[in-house]
Design a protein around this ligand. Structure first.
Ligand code: AMP
Length: 208
């Protein structure tokens, strides 16, 4: 049983680490960014509403992601646990998540904050690529994809948009850190290092 929340700036590695932890713990990694991108690709109502915010590097309105997550957490595979990646991003979302989980009597166990200095984040984001078919995340320098994989570069991973997303993170999401610290849930993890080094730090934070 693991009920985890991953917090960290864009390109801190939280998506990659959520995928690794998901495989290790056997619980789904739930990424609101991935869900919104999928909604945008199929052109659903939610996707259309999210489009303008996402391409501007801004957060989408709280209610939109809250509804998505509430529905996703009710699915069968999330009953044994979950790793939330990229949600909550605001204190409003965190309070709403608490209400949903409290009603189900399955509170969050750990909030894992992946710490990476801003100077490294821009390079990480601009060299990030995703496997179009599987969603697997690569980095052209630190975690290069195997040959033959069809790669996509997220439109919001262009330098100007990344800078805007980092500003947005500092203004909105940083308020989550004291919120979860006060609740005694925050585990701060050094996000500088190889994938395996960071993964090992996360595992020991969860187990300690
Ligand atoms: P991500 O893949 O987590 O970096 O998310 C990509 C984009 O989706 C963000 O820049 C936001 O526009 C939107 N998004 C994802 N999760 C949230 C959230 N919890 N609250 C608001 N907007 C979100």
């Amino acid at each position: 049983m693991a009920r985890l929340v991953m917090v960290g700036p864009p390109a801190s590695g939280k998506g990659t680490q959520a995928q690794l932890l998901s495989a290790r713990l056997g619980v789904p990694a739930i990424s609101t960014g991935d869900m919104l991108r999928a909604a945008r690709t199929v052109g659903s109502e939610i996707g259309k509403k999210a489009e303008t915010f996402m391409s501007a590097g801004q957060l989408v309105p709280d209610q939109l992601v809250i509804d998505l997550v509430r529905e996703r957490l009710a699915a069968g595979d999330a009953q044994s646990g979950f790793i939330l990646d990229g949600f909550p991003r605001t204190v409003g979302q965190a309070e709403e998540l608490d209400r949903v989980l409290e009603a189900a009597k399955r509170p969050i166990e750990h909030v894992l904050l992946i710490d990476v200095p801003r100077s490294q984040l821009l390079e990480r984001a601009t060299l990030r690529r995703t496997d179009k078919r599987t969603g697997q995340i690569y980095h052209l320098k630190y975690n290069p994809p195997p040959a033959g994989v069809e790669l996509v570069h997220r439109s919001d991973d262009q330098p100007e948009t990344v800078n805007r997303r980092l500003d947005e993170y500092e203004v909105m999401t940083a308020a989550l850190i004291p919120f979860y610290a006060q609740a005694g849930l925050l585990r701060r993890i050094d996000g500088v290092g190889t994938l395996n080094e960071v993964a090992a730090r996360l595992v020991s934070a969860i187990e300690s």
